[in-house]
Design a protein around this ligand. Sequence first.
Ligand SMILES: [Zn+2]
Length: 143
Amino acid sequence: MDTIEFRLTYFEYGADGYSSSAVDIFINDENLLPRIHEFEHSVGCNGGHAPIWIKEFYENLSEGYKKNSIPIYGCVCGVTDCCAIYITVEVSDKTVTWKNFILPDEYLFNKIIYQRRFGEFFFDKAQYFREVEKLNRLFKAEE
Ligand SMILES: [Zn+2]
């Protein structure tokens, strides 16, 4: 079983000139974003992804996943969809699975190797949703 942790971070999107609260994703105690960047450089693609704004991330993880694949990283410019990494979230009785890692604008070849490289992660459902609810408290504390 994999473990997941969401940590509050700050990111200055595009030309905002100020930092917004955003979410870093740690899987098995390792920040996932550098792994994604490392992979992209190795296949000659410079995605330039950024953590997603905390409220948007929370809404996707608590509700959005039920209808569609959801972004876990967005674009450095602040418009998530412009350069997002999407995943599919599957929830069963006891586990939550993250799979189908995709950068939609990339060539089909890269889509396939994304999925091979990142495969699937399996989280304990209770542990996972505790982390999701932690995000809810964090952004409400900021309002
Ligand atoms: Zn962008």
